[in-house]
Ligand binder design. Sequence first.
Ligand code: TYM
Length: 334
Amino acid sequence: MNNSKRKRVFSGVQPTGKLTIGNYVGALQQWVTHQGDNDTIFCVVDLHTLTFPEDMTPKVRFEKSREVVALYLACGIDPKQSDIFVQSHVREHTELTWVLNCVTPIGWLERMTQYKVKAQGRESVSTGLLDYPVLMAADILLYETDLVPVGDDQKQHLEVTSDIAQRFNHLFGNVFRIPQVVIPKTGARLMGLDDPTAKMSKSTAEKKVGHAVCLLDPENVIKKTVMSAVTDSGQEVRLEHASPGVINLLTIYEVLTKTPRPEIEARFAGKGYGQLKKDVFVAIMETLRPLQERYRQITADPAYVEQVIKDGADRVRPIAERMMRQVREMTGLG
Ligand code: TYM
């Protein structure tokens, strides 16, 4: 089964907010391309959502995990080819996190951009938020992961994962494989449609209309969001000095339609922003219409979703248990 060319691919999404086309392009769309030729494991990282315990009720946490699993399936993750599971269903994630905590200098975590951004303006911040990258490192290292397909914003977390793995290997012996980050060439960071200087984010999308196109938004809402996207004071697409808002729209068009760049340039150069937005809207709907239809069919059968995550956890658990046994032996635990 695991011949030498096959790579272990691992990635995940936090079940928070409303998943956007940023998540689709940066993560889910690329995950699908790894299926078949590799051992692909996709996780819904519910433990990470506890870093802000007051932001989500237990009921919503449970339901969001299932929603995200259903979205994985609707986006084309095939449970016959990939293992899909919920992080908290495999206990080894938290156990390995403790061991890794003890080899991770606090300074590495305090430097994380995402920690600083998320902690900003909060009266109190949990230890879990600071520790977030260590839990993420445990997710990846438990499964001897070769490749981690993610968007651009996760690069720093992947760097610290490698640092933690190397430090453990140095202190206790060579047990962890050093993972490689895989970031898409185009669309690694889609920007907000209301503000093209800020990353499109699923938590902002939940609070602010017009910020993002969400995977489950109705057509009329998507149309309004795209047609009111911020561009600049000009009228028509100028490719030499395109503004961030125009670049963002062109990027969305490129990644969703897979049109080569020269063709896109020929299509839009000198055209009005209205035309560009209309074509972006059509491209989005061509992707989201079938996705939403699949989502409706999948969620009509909640027992199926439960079965998928049970089977997924049952298949990946032995891998995590084996790794954890090794870690216990090497550290003199157990
Ligand atoms: P999360 O849930 O914030 O995002 C999920 C995935 O979507 C990508 N992404 C984007 N890509 C392009 N443009 C955007 N605007 C955009 N916004 C988000 C993210 O880069 C990510 O790939 N820490 C992770 C979850 C995680 C994880 C892991 C990932 C936990 N453990 C192990 C990989 C491996 C996170 O919060 O992603």
